[in-house]
Design a protein around this ligand. Sequence first.
Ligand SMILES: Cc1cc2nc3c(=O)[nH]c(=O)nc-3n(C[C@H](O)[C@H](O)[C@H](O)COP(=O)(O)OP(=O)(O)OC[C@H]3O[C@@H](n4cnc5c(N)ncnc54)[C@H](O)[C@@H]3O)c2cc1C
Length: 393
Amino acid sequence: MDFLARNQVPYQWLDIENSKEANHLLEQLGLDDKKLPVVIFPDGSYLVNPTELQIAEKINLKTHAEKPFYDLMIIGSGPAGLAAGVYGASEGLCTLLVEQEAPGGQAGTSSRIENYLGFPAGVSGGELARRAVTQAKRFGAEIVTPQKAVRVKVDGQYRGVDLADGLELRCHALLLACGVSYRKLDVPGIDALTGAGVYYGSSIAEAMSCSNEDVYIVGGANSAGQAAIYFAKYARQVTMLVRDESLAKDMSKYLIDRIEHTDNIEVLTCTRVVAVQGKRHLESITIVNDKTHEEKTLQATSLFIFIGAEPCTSWLKGVVKGDEKGYVLTGPDLMHEGQPPKGWPLEREPFFLETSVPGIFAAGDVRHGSIKRVASGVGEGAMAVQLIHRYLG
Ligand SMILES: Cc1cc2nc3c(=O)[nH]c(=O)nc-3n(C[C@H](O)[C@H](O)[C@H](O)COP(=O)(O)OP(=O)(O)OC[C@H]3O[C@@H](n4cnc5c(N)ncnc54)[C@H](O)[C@@H]3O)c2cc1C
């Protein structure tokens, strides 16, 4: 559901537990509720428990690259990657973006971005992504999704990436704009229920499917706050489970004010989730108050987790240098006592957004020291293209 929504594909969601139509359709197809989810397409064909790639191929998303070689390859199509795609393609570079989930990245999951320049009333992440994708494609950028970069290669003057579909692509310059992904909550029962009542992050589609339910949100930073405000429009009650003593530590003041003025949001501070329970779907959660040590088990069908993020860089290890948390080091952060890193082959110093390998650049949240905002990701993506021109020159 999230995959279709984030790729801007219209769909209808039918819940087998309370939709006669869903049961009727299953019967017609000769299937039962043990084989779910079932995706039925407009031509009447269907797929049982399909992968995102199978759905993408069926609905004609572009899943494979057209050419073996590009001037510029961009890994990730969040704000940084999309901005680089727009600037790269508009300035005549043959540009490919590779995206493992859906264009928009983290920003694409945001219900309302209120601090991005030019949108005084705010804009949903999905809308921002849709506009950026249209703009990048209009300039001729190619976007493949869902497709994952699994290995990065340095081949003389060329840079390369192997994709999960087995294609080995080469380029003059490579931009890493692969951002960060949600940190996992490590409590008993969680793995089996992830996707069945337990979700990392959230989407507009999920909020709508929680109408009149009680929703629990784990986390106390801006992304959790935004989600709480959005869910409150649909859910009966939203409860935020926050480990710290107040929201003020990690959340912007404007969001705290909104939460305080929303009647159906409750904030439980000093509170952690210690276990989740359920057979096929989330049924309850156990929480503990770290001050009183009181433990409670609450009925729950929806738990959304926003507990920070880690960089998507495991596939880059051993090629470009990173910091102790895995964020990619670039430009001045690579210099030590005025010297470039060991193995740096050029006389010049690395450009501002260039990694420890000439011709491989990084922009946005994946970069060490970056400001984790949509506008800064967009700015870095645009700036990276200028530096890539200097590199190519
Ligand atoms: C819920 C939420 C709300 C937010 N609200 C705001 C806000 O209101 N204002 C604001 O300024 N900021 C906000 N942020 C932060 C902002 O969204 C991020 O700073 C921004 O999206 C970072 O952009 P990016 O392009 O660097 O990375 P990301 O957005 O993380 O995008 C990276 C992309 O790379 C893809 N990728 C990763 N690895 C691979 C791979 N190996 N192969 C192919 N693709 C890959 C990912 O799937 C992803 O789509 C919010 C974040 C969240 C999660």
